[in-house]
Design a protein around this ligand. Structure first.
Ligand code: CP
Ligand code: NVA
Length: 312
């Protein structure tokens, strides 16, 4: 069993993982030897703080061992992807892979003979969404009927929130005047729309002026993420597009003025760019559950590792 996207996961798969994450957080001592010396390899093409640490520290706290591979220092960079994945599968019990391209990750998972977890590609970020549902359950005491409003660029994180949310009754409204081309997943969006659990907000100037406030007022959680994915942030070839996006997206910044009188919780997967998609003030606001959210990535990653190892 792989975790490349949450689209094929059932409601039970998701709810069990959330429940297991909360148990692990509350009783870490019970899980100290839970994986009995299993080995996790982290294979990363992109930078990471949370996902990498959650994987490395998580498997160690479960009694296993982590081995981190920076793609550029391996022969993955020059060899046949399937050959290298077969070899890696012979050395370790499970792989956490952060790839640039979803299609390449799918190819890698097909060649692997051990479970592969998507540690974020250009299309999905499933481990983020599972950790986020854990945080919502922890703070709101429920998932079904929760209203989450994602404001920003429709991206990998947004897709995984929709995929996870529609299985457990979380209603996701997306306010996104831009969609990352790699994140277009019409099948996912149609399925979630049919269930009434995914709506897009009209981003015309009038609608934003007149109705955004009303959407926020009805939301339990307001969520944002970077307007530019990490691999493009310092890429000179993306500089013009980055500038265009930053200018276009400024009216959608989450800040104290936009959330004025609202009691909603504020979430962000991090890393955050203060002064762009969110103000620094709001990151540290009493409505922000961002740092609990990022801590929960560790507990949730442990639950994911346990689930996939149990099914391998
Ligand atoms: N949220 C998240 O995945 O963070 P990292 O990129 O630091 O892993
Ligand atoms: N969506 C962003 C942040 C993920 C943690 C990205 O892919 O860079």
């Amino acid at each position: 069993m792989h975790l490349i996207t949450l689209n094929p996961w059932s409601e039970t798969d998701i709810l069990e993982t959330v429940e297991s994450s909360l148990n692990i957080k509350n009783h870490p001592e019970k899980y100290r030897h839970a994986v009995g010396g299993k080995n996790l390899c982290l294979l990363f093409q992109k930078t990471s703080t949370r996902t990498r640490c959650a994987g490395e520290i998580g498997i160690t706290q479960l009694g296993g061992h982590a081995h981190y591979l920076d793609w550029r220092t391996t022969n993955f960079a020059l060899a046949d992807l399937s050959d290298e994945m077969r070899v890696l599968s012979a050395y370790v019990d499970i792989i956490l892979a952060r790839f640039l391209k979803h299609s390449e990750l799918v190819e890698a998972a097909a060649a692997a003979t051990v479970p592969v977890i998507n540690g974020c590609c250009d299309r999905y970020h499933p481990t983020q969404a599972l950790g986020d549902l854990m945080t919502i359950q922890e703070h709101l005491g429920r998932l079904e009927g929760v209203k989450l409003c994602f404001i920003g660029v429709h991206n990998n994180v947004c897709n995984s929130l929709i995929a996870a949310g529609m299985k457990v009754g979380v209603e996701v409204t997306v306010v996104a005047p831009e969609v990352n081309p790699a994140a277009v997943d019409k099948e996912l969006w149609s399925e979630a729309s049919r269930k009434g659990l995914y709506k897009t907000f009209d981003t015309s100037h009038e609608a934003v002026e007149n109705s955004l406030e009303k959407v926020i007022a009805k939301s339990d959680v307001v969520y944002t993420d970077t307007w530019v994915d990490m691999e493009f942030f310092t890429d000179p070839a993306f500089a013009k597009e980055r500038k265009r996006r930053l200018e276009k997206m400024m009216p959608y910044q989450l800040n104290a003025e936009l959330l004025k009188t609202h009691k909603c919780r504020v979430m962000h997967c991090l890393p955050a760019h203060h002064g762009y998609e969110i103000s620094g003030e709001l990151v540290n606001d009493e409505r922000s559950i961002i740092f609990e959210q990022s801590e929960n990535r560790l507990h949730s990653m442990k639950a994911i590792l346990l689930k996939l190892l149990a099914h391998s």
